[in-house]
Design a binder for this molecule. Structure first.
Ligand SMILES: Cc1cc2nc3c(=O)[nH]c(=O)nc-3n(C[C@H](O)[C@H](O)[C@H](O)COP(=O)(O)O)c2cc1C
Length: 192
């Protein structure tokens, strides 16, 4: 299966990059095709609420033309997508938030019997690194991820939250590597 691994943080050699590198290599070792992207290299505008994607016949496509257009296509083509990010003010950092908002085009009819999505039944996972703890801190992004999965009619297959980081990736907590393996396993198991 194809797994899109998105790094939504700005640091090229930071904690999130290190953890997502482990995850990508675990997935590749499991025989999966990994499509990795770092949003630091991408130009992505946020959603402008034009509702162009809701017009008849647009087929779950965003009408904005930038790197986000290609990323949305790659997300649709993948069997599973990993939202990877450092925790910023209890939530996703800016570029990842811009991409998530652009995912507005991928579903329609939320909250009604007409709810449908281009990601229906696909796997969605979360991989976060943060300096603080889970409770009263990273729990908010986990909740947001679960709601995003529900909006997209995707299966929330698992979340990896590496707490207690410093600015130095070499000092990642000891359990970070095992937690990463567990997420790779959860993605593999669910998405076949
Ligand atoms: C702007 C900013 C906001 C942050 N907000 C939080 C936060 O709300 N909670 C937390 O635990 N850590 C917070 N942190 C710390 C980072 O999430 C943490 O150091 C993370 O592992 C950095 O990952 P990176 O090395 O990939 O950038 C923040 C860091 C920055 C720069």
């Amino acid at each position: 299966m194809r797994v899109m691994v998105i790094n939504g943080g700005p640091r090229r050699a930071g904690n999130t990059t290190k953890v997502l590198g482990w995850l990508a290599s675990d997935l590749a070792d499991g025989g999966h095709e990994v499509d990795a992207v770092h949003l630091a290299d991408q130009e992505i505008r946020g959603c402008i609420s034009c509702f162009g994607c809701k017009r008849e016949g647009t087929g779950f496509n965003c009408i904005l033309k930038d790197d986000g257009t290609d990323l949305l296509s790659r997300i649709k083509a993948a069997d599973a997508t990993v939202l990877g990010a450092p925790l910023y003010f209890w939530e996703f950092p800016a570029k990842m938030k811009a991409l998530i908002d652009r995912c507005f085009c991928l579903a329609a009819g939320y909250g009604s019997d007409e709810h449908r999505s281009a990601l229906d039944g696909k796997a969605l996972a979360l991989a976060v690194t943060c300096g603080g703890p889970m409770e009263g801190n990273a729990d908010l992004i986990v909740e947001a991820y679960q709601r995003i999965a529900a909006f997209l009619r995707a299966d929330a297959v698992g979340e990896l939250v590496v707490t207690g980081t410093t600015h130095e990736p070499k000092d990642l907590p000891e359990d970070a590597r095992d937690k990463t393996r567990a997420l790779a396993e959860a993605i593999s198991t669910r998405a076949g």
